[in-house]
Structure formats: structure tokens, C-alpha cells
Design a protein around this ligand. Structure first.
Ligand SMILES: [Fe+2]
Ligand SMILES: [Fe+2]
Length: 313
């Protein structure tokens, strides 16, 4: 089956019948009725889908995240103005029970959603790393980054939750941090440490997601350990390249980058700076992406930011 219908073309009453990548799948219930809740994706975007009826539980149980399925239903807008795909038809369930679709070579690009420019972001972050003056630290940061960093998402739901999201978020964080260094007078901030810390603050996320099929899914490390501990453990692999003082500062930046919400509160100006820059990047991305899904003139609570937002007229 060829992919002819895309997420961006689905609106109220659209008859949906096409192939979609399954990003997430779970069983939910509302007013006592169970339904399978799926997140569908293709290269044009992401859309939620709800499957009601007696097969809902089975759909949620057997569907394989990261694979492509034939999905049918109808576009529906709920009271919050959000579009989703709805179905309670046995035909839809039959298509899903038939299993994932095998794609032809090259066809997968139609299903990978990312608004990020992966190549441009990779080049830009490498250019910034190239400005680190301390040669040991520059080599250390370069060694810590590999293909996983450039492809991995930064999250599953919150912010930068798409292929290349980790690199894009890290790039935004380092750019915000450096702009603050330039703006605030009378400081003695270690610019090299700001770059290294901002680029590596979330590096542990490369261990938190597995590439499954054509997407990323959170793994046991995500659930049991999380990215801060993994990041601190990971940078130890290259600790011989830098001094003990540099390693300690970097460990502290990674450990404290969640600011007042973390187990360790930042104690250095570089650590506070990276915490603020990280918050700026993650919050603004989630607010902007939530507002893109909010109809003009409406107020609603964003799924990513979990904040009430109003889409200005
Ligand atoms: Fe983080
Ligand atoms: Fe972050």
C-alpha cells in the first residue's frame, strides 16, 4: 500500500485510511469505557487516535510501537478544538490485527516526523564546540558525542520529542547560555565550561531510548535510572582526557541542571546558567508546540508544557 494521505491533511470528518507510524499505544478509559489510545505519525506531523469498542483492549496490547500500520477512521475535533482520529469499526481492528506493514526500501522517510534540520543542527553544534579554547576539554566533548546524540529525541512527550530533538535542545541550550554570558556584565564565567556543560547536560538520554522499527521508545534505563545518572556515568569513560577539577565541574553541571527541582542545587555560576538555559529551551519549545495545536482565540492546557495557554488572535 502506498502512502497517499498525511497527518497534515486530516481535519473534521476526513475519512482516514492510510499507513501511519505508531509512536505510542496504551489503553485508557473515560466514563467507564475503555479505548485504545494511539499516537500516529508521518513526516508531516503527529496525531492522536482513539479506538473504541470490544477490540480496544486487544488493539492496545498487540500493536507494536515503532512499526507502520494501516489505520482507518474519521477525523474528529473535540471540545478543546483538538483533532484526532476516531474509530469503533471492526474493519479498523482487522487491519491492525493483520500486523505491521513491511515498507519498501526508502519508503520509511514518509513516516519519520521531525521538524528539526538534523544536518544544520549537527554542523552548528560542532562549530560551537570548536570554539572551546581548552584543547583537552574540546577533545573530551567531541569524544562524548556520536551518532546516538544526533538522532535521539530529548523526550517522549515533553519537549523536543522527535528524531534529532536531543541535538536541537542541546544546541538551543548552549546558544541561550552563551548569549547570557555576553549580556550580563562584570562576570567571570568559564565560557569553555558553559559550552561543554550545555552540550553534555542531557547526554545520558542517549541511553534512555531504543530505536525500535522507525521510531524511538523509552527503555528500562529511562524508567529505572534516568538521564542524569547515566550522563554522569557516561562522561567517566573519557575522564582521562581532562583534569579532575574539570570532571568535577561537569559532573556538577549534569547533576544539578534541573535547578531547585533536582536532588543537588547548582553551586557554580556555570551550573545556574545551564539550568536557566535548559529551562528556557525546554519551556519555550513546549509552549510554542502546544500553541501550534491550540485554535486561535482559545485557551487550553498544553499537553507538553502542562500550562494554560491562550493562542493570541
Ligand atoms: Fe535534563
Ligand atoms: Fe535539557
Amino acid at each position: 500500500m502506498e502512502k497517499t494521505q498525511f497527518v497534515e491533511n486530516i481535519s473534521e470528518s476526513t475519512l482516514v485510511d492510510s499507513l501511519f507510524l505508531i509512536k505510542r499505544a496504551d489503553l485508557r478509559s473515560k466514563r467507564g469505557e475503555q479505548f485504545a489510545h494511539l499516537t500516529l505519525a508521518d513526516r508531516t506531523g503527529v496525531i492522536e487516535a482513539k479506538f473504541h469498542g470490544e477490540k480496544a483492549e486487544e488493539i492496545a496490547r498487540i500493536i507494536q510501537v515503532g512499526r507502520v500500520y494501516k489505520i482507518s477512521g474519521k477525523g474528529r475535533i473535540n471540545q478543546n478544538g483538538e483533532i484526532h482520529v476516531f474509530s469503533d469499526s471492526l474493519e479498523t481492528a482487522k487491519d491492525i490485527f493483520a500486523g505491521p506493514v513491511t515498507l519498501k526500501p526508502g519508503q520509511e522517510t514518509a513516516f519519520i516526523y521531525t521538524p528539526a534540520d538534523l544536518n544544520a543542527n549537527a554542523l552548528e553544534i560542532q562549530k560551537i564546540i570548536g570554539t572551546i579554547k581548552n584543547g583537552d576539554l574540546k577533545l573530551f566533548v567531541a569524544c562524548c558525542l556520536d551518532g546516538r546524540f544526533y538522532g535521539c529525541p530529548a523526550a517522549i512527550r515533553r519537549h523536543h520529542e522527535y528524531t534529532g530533538g536531543l541535538c536541537e535542545h542541546s544546541l538551543e541550550t548552549v546558544k541561550i547560555a552563551l548569549s547570557l554570558v555576553d549580556i550580563i556584565p562584570r562576570t567571570d564565567i568559564n565560557r569553555d565550561m558553559v559550552i561543554a556543560g550545555a552540550v553534555l547536560h542531557d547526554i545520558g538520554k542517549i541511553f534512555c531510548f531504543d530505536k525500535v522499527g522507525y521510531g524511538y521508545v523509552p527503555n528500562d534505563t529511562y524508567n529505572l535510572i534516568e538521564h542524569i545518572t547515566m550522563g554522569i556515568m557516561y562522561i567517566d569513560e573519557y575522564k582521562n582526557l581532562i583534569s579532575d577539577d574539570q570532571l568535577l565541574q561537569l559532573r556538577h553541571i549534569i547533576q544539578s541542571h534541573h535547578g531547585s527541582y533536582g536532588d543537588v542545587i547548582p553551586l557554580t555560576v556555570e551550573a545556574w546558567l545551564i539550568h536557566e538555559a535548559d529551562s528556557g529551551s525546554s519551556l519555550l519549545r513546549s509552549v510554542v508546540d502546544d500553541l501550534a495545536e491550540t485554535p486561535t482565540g482559545q485557551k487550553k492546557k498544553g499537553l507538553r508544557s502542562e500550562k494554560f495557554l491562550w493562542h493570541a488572535v
